[in-house]
Write a protein that binds this ligand. Sequence first.
Ligand code: CP
Length: 344
Amino acid sequence: MTQEKLGPPTAPAVAEPPRAWTRSHLLDVDDFAPAELEVVMQTTDAMKEVLGRDVPRVPALRGKTIVTLFYEASTRTRASFELAGKALGADVINISAGGSSVEKGESLIDTVRTLQAVGADVLVMRHWAAGAPYLVARHLQAAVINAGDGAHAHPTQALLDLYTIRNHLGDVRGRRVVIVGDIEHSRVARSNIWSLLAMGAEVIVCGPPTLLPAGLRSQKASRPTVEENGREAMALPPVQVETNLERALEGAEVVMTLRLQKERMQGGLLPSLREYATLYQLNEERMSRAQTGALVMHPGPMNEGIEISPGLASSLQSVIEEQVTNGVAVRMAVLYLIARGTKQ
Ligand code: CP
């Protein structure tokens, strides 16, 4: 691999993206080949090295403008994209729908065209509607990165989760990964299922029947398109399904638990939070069924005492904070791979 110097001698070299990377947007990981996932993992390694320096900055994206546009709340994703962009020398502008001209009735397309007109090279967007980044990508020359669209996809979360798992276990092929909780409303679960299966992991989803997508077992793999913005876009590849958490955890090497996403629930899906916690809370006693030292993961934000016990969340098995930390390097990698292809 050739090394291209991206800054003055004191600045680090960042490897030129391998040829496996040809994408100009990152909308989901549902159609990623293992080689593309490898490119992101290797580029993240390089970014980790940059972040470990005394001055964790490189001028790789100097002159580029990154706009984060969030129509939904965020702490981790938004902060890490901002830090990632700045670490790469880009200008970063953060816009929330609240407080912007969206409140005056400006449409999504008019908003993103405005941001492009003021110079955005990359638009990092989170939206409550599944498919919104696909629609935007069709209307912009700027690159679009999906930072979460409704219950559909959260590709950079899946990438940072994969990176974190590999840091501990190496190759994920054949590893038993259990995803527990509100699968139905979880964009994190969906994107993780695609990337983990692509890399050869064994994926088991577990939750109450009302929080498992209908027909999960029988659905064929299909990729979402903007025309499929709805139920069809939510299709998942076949995975193992288990409604009993104790059984699901037998032999697990990684357990990822999810928040109940009440903001996307129609209501009436659970008898009570107490009953949910009784049957599905991940705790120390339940984790004893998994392999010794199995990783405990959570994408955050957590509701400790509901989907996870406070003791387990802060235990030695927990890699939850490490997931957040890795989010910066992974998002640097994604921004670098995507933004290098935008106009100069
Ligand atoms: N995991 C995640 O997307 O967290 P935020 O909502 O805080 O960005």
